[in-house]
Design a protein around this ligand. Structure first.
Ligand SMILES: [Zn+2]
Length: 105
């Protein structure tokens, strides 16, 4: 019955993905993130720290808010493209050239 053992980890992973998507979509306080995830604010704060430790650029954003943003003004590295990348795009390429945001995962 490995599924029973995997379930808590799957739930934690699902929470991390949801937290990542929520913080990419907009700036939230730890309270708001916790409410959206169904966890206490201190758990949300821990999730934010874990997202940072995983390498995501979680920025402090206004008053007690957090937002995942990549540097603005980056340009697709594909030769001759010149598309300005979205701040939600972790790649150095646009969606046409193999980059994109996290919307597919
Ligand atoms: Zn491109």
């Amino acid at each position: 019955m490995t599924a029973a053992h995997a379930a808590p980890l799957d739930l934690a992973n699902a929470r991390m993905k949801l937290a990542r998507d929520l913080l990419l979509a907009g700036a939230l306080t730890a309270d708001e993130l916790g409410f959206a995830l169904g966890v206490q604010p201190d758990s949300a704060t821990r999730i934010i720290r874990e997202l940072r430790e995983s390498g995501l650029p979680v920025q402090e954003w206004g008053w007690d808010r957090y937002h995942i943003v990549y540097p603005a003004g980056r340009v697709c590295t594909h030769v001759g493209c010149g598309t300005v990348l979205r701040i939600s795009n972790p790649s150095d390429r646009c969606t046409v050239h193999g980059g994109g945001d996290y919307s597919d995962g």
